[in-house]
Design a binder for this molecule. Structure first.
Ligand code: 3PG
Ligand code: MG
Length: 399
């Protein structure tokens, strides 16, 4: 791998130079208040931004937030992020109210050495995510005009072939930021001879999102523990009834096939918490997986499952966890995720938590982040890395 790093760029000297930084500041916002509910991704880019500020660069930060459809949409504005970033940096962040328009041009032009600007949401522009090379390229030209060098520190977005991730580095001298380097370093430990037993815990709602990674991991892992909404499609594949639980009908056959090939490596829940409705105050009970009532839906794994999964995790030397075990945002259905998280911290293992939701769960449940080996800022990105896929953002840095 021939990736130049932030240290290489700093060694050349960046004082007075404009450095365009692609960050992943896609943080969760409270739907009612618009407040940032977890600022982990903002904190994760501080080492890179701090080093550039210190070195006297004019720092131009860009990011996406949510999935607006190529046009401005106020609910996805990065404005609250600019405020929080300024607080964390201890200096105001100059916010451009557009991405490549008049506001962006004057904001960048007015930057003094050591100051930071944040451009408005990249995805307010159709060119950012376009499949059309020329449309993406035209937008990348406009972005590249704001920098003399480019730093990619958006690990959470390296799996996206988007203008700011893939096309801008082709137009500017480019390096990997501290966060991207650290993430790749950690994940590469999991793919190259992980210390055994290597146990992977997968949760979250959709099997279809995790299929490729399950396929890729099966030959490498010693144990694969499956919880979260996706476990019901696997339980169905075992011939069980899952009531009104989340079910991907067209995945049942694939799950059956995976279970057959898994050689007993896949562990599924033996009990689940079922509720009358998807609501924090819904009546709920713990039942065996062969006794899920037809009118109820599973919202968490049960205590016996937690104990079984914990026993599988306890001898592990390497652990990767992606996806909550239940609807942890609702207190009644958080015990599974908490129990698994605690079991991971108790194991004498190198543990990696992958993904926005799992990382947010760790913090929302008040668990000690430092008791995990690494908390990745990338969900999809870390899964695609483990699948062995080429990540467009990393490939672009290698060129
Ligand atoms: C994420 O939240 O996984 C990253 O920010 C990428 O966002 P996306 O899935 O909308 O591309
Ligand atoms: Mg995502």
């Amino acid at each position: 791998m021939s990736i130049r790093t932030l240290d290489d760029l700093l060694a050349e000297g960046v004082s007075g130079r404009r450095v365009l930084v692609r960050a992943d500041l896609n943080v969760p916002l409270d739907k009612q208040t618009g407040q940032i509910t977890d600022d982990g991704r903002i904190r994760a880019v501080l080492p890179t931004l701090g080093a550039l500020v210190e070195a006297g660069a004019k720092v131009v930060v860009c990011s996406h937030l949510g999935r607006p459809k190529g046009a401005p949409d106020p609910q996805f504005s990065l404005s609250p992020v600019a405020g929080r970033l300024g607080e964390l940096l201890g200096a105001p962040v100059h916010f451009a109210t557009d991405t490549v328009g008049d506001s962006a041009r004057s904001t960048v032009a007015d930057l003094a050495d050591g100051q930071v600007a944040l451009l408005e949401n990249l995805r307010f522009n159709a060119g950012e995510t376009s499949k059309d090379e020329a449309e993406r390229g035209a937008f990348a030209d406009q972005l590249a005009a704001f920098g003399d060098a480019y730093v990619d520190d958006a690990f959470g977005a390296v799996h996206r072939k988007h203008a700011s991730v893939y096309d801008v580095p082709a137009r500017l001298p480019h390096v990997a930021g501290r966060l991207v380097l650290r993430e790749v370093e950690v994940l590469s430990k999991l793919t190259s001879e992980p210390e055994r037993p290597y146990v992977v815990v997968l949760g979250g709602s959709k099997v279809s999102d995790k299929l490729a990674v399950i396929e890729a991991l099966l030959p490498t892992v010693d144990r694969l523990l499956i919880g979260g909404g996706m476990c019901f499609t696997f339980l169905k594949a075992q011939g069980l009834e899952v009531g009104t639980s989340l079910l991907e009908k067209d995945m049942v056959e694939t799950c059956r096939n995976l279970l057959e090939r898994a050689d007993g490596k896949i562990l599924l829940p033996v009990d689940v918490v079922v509720a009358d409705a998807f609501a924090p105050d819904a009546a709920h009970d713990t039942v065996r997986v062969d006794g899920i009532p037809s009118h109820r839906l599973g919202l968490d794994i049960g205590p016996e499952t937690v104990a079984g999964f914990a026993a599988a995790l306890s001898p592990a030397k390497t652990i990767f966890w992606n996806g909550p075990m239940g609807v942890f945002e609702m207190a009644a259905f958080a015990a599974g995720t908490r129990g698994i998280a605690e079991a991971i911290t108790k194991a004498d293992a190198f543990s990696v938590v992958g993904g926005g939701d799992s990382a947010a769960a760790v913090r929302a449940l008040g668990l000690d982040e430092s008791s995990f080996g690494h908390i990745s800022t990338g969900g999809g990105a870390s899964l695609e890395y483990l699948e062995g896929k080429t990540l467009p953002g990393i490939a672009a840095l290698e060129n």
